[in-house]
Write a protein that binds this ligand. Structure first.
Ligand code: SAM
Length: 283
């Protein structure tokens, strides 16, 4: 950790940087974590990497050495100035100074693939924790032409994403993750691996994008609406939770569960993704 710690401190002093907490700036200083992220992303010169939130460029440096091209998307102009300066000798970097949630990633990837013939596109990031879920959902719901997403996130969130659907740790988002990806644990990273140290521990996970979703549904939006409703009142029976939306009456849900052979007393949090899909596909 020592040398990355010194390097990070040196860069922060050189550019007069104090971490901006509201932008989730916690700079990684653990070489072990950096190596795990880069190793598990398995990057080659045929790959285009999209890095979200490069910050001072700790991961960027390694990515630039291994990938065909790295596109960095960073909201903070100060960080953009630093990595522009730091990596001025690299010809395979492009920096977009923008909120990642506002970037049209579909067009970006399509254009890059056409122009440079990259074999694979991979997302790699130490994410800003205040918008972890919106970023992950955008990456998945936009149905991007990407192979994997390797990310450092808060440990508690990682555990929810890696949980088996229908178990205690799972949440509505768990089903989205399993629908679109095969999730994989990489490494746990303690809070003292960052400057400044956040109040929580972290974990690196890799989401391997499925070629086809795990279950077939006629209407994806309806599937996720039903899952969200079920988890908004996860301790209630599914009949009660679902009747709170404007999708079904209690009678309709009862009939549906009977037809589908699902226990009438079941709570939403206990359903499998396959059972939610059966409900979404019912008539
Ligand atoms: N990658 C660096 C590292 O590992 O040391 C910094 C990671 S830091 C946890 C998160 C980074 O995301 C910060 O550089 C922050 O400025 C940037 N960021 C925050 N909100 C963002 C957004 N909406 N779009 C793009 N970048 C954002």
């Amino acid at each position: 950790m020592q040398s990355l710690y010194k390097e990070t401190k040196f860069i922060m002093n050189k550019y007069h940087i104090t971490a901006n907490k509201s932008l989730g700036q916690n700079f990684l200083i653990s070489k072990e974590a950096v190596d795990s992220i880069i190793g598990s992303a398995s990057i080659s010169k045929q790959d285009l990497i999209i890095e979200i939130g490069p910050g001072l460029g700790t991961l960027t440096q390694e990515l630039l050495e291994k990938a065909g091209k790295v596109i960095c998307i960073e909201l903070d102009t100060k960080m953009v100035d630093i990595i522009t300066d730091r990596f001025s000798l690299y010809s395979n970097i492009e920096i977009i100074n923008e909120d990642v949630l506002k970037v049209n990633l579909q067009d970006l990837i399509k254009n890059e693939k056409q122009k440079n013939n990259f074999q694979n596109v991979k997302v790699v990031a130490n994410l800003p924790y205040y918008i972890t879920t919106p970023i992950i959902m955008k990456l998945l719901e936009d149905k991007l032409d990407i192979e994997s997403i390797t990310i450092m996130i808060q440990k508690e969130v990682a555990q929810r994403l890696l949980a088996e659907p229908g178990t205690n740790l799972s949440g509505a988002i768990t089903y989205g993750i399993y629908y679109y990806t095969v999730p994989q644990n990489v490494i746990e990273v303690s809070r003292d691996s960052f400057i400044p140290a956040p109040e929580v521990d972290s974990q690196v996970i890799k989401l391997n994008i499925r070629k086809n979703p795990l279950v077939i549904v006629k209407d994806e939006e309806k599937l996720f609406k039903i899952i969200k409703l079920a988890f908004m009142q996860r301790r209630k029976t599914l009949i009660n939770a679902l009747s709170n939306g404007n999708l079904y009456t209690k009678e309709e849900i009862k009939q549906m569960l009977e037809d589908l052979n699902i226990d009438l007393q079941i709570r939403g949090e206990k359903l499998t993704l396959e059972q939610f899909a059966q409900i979404a596909n019912y008539k």
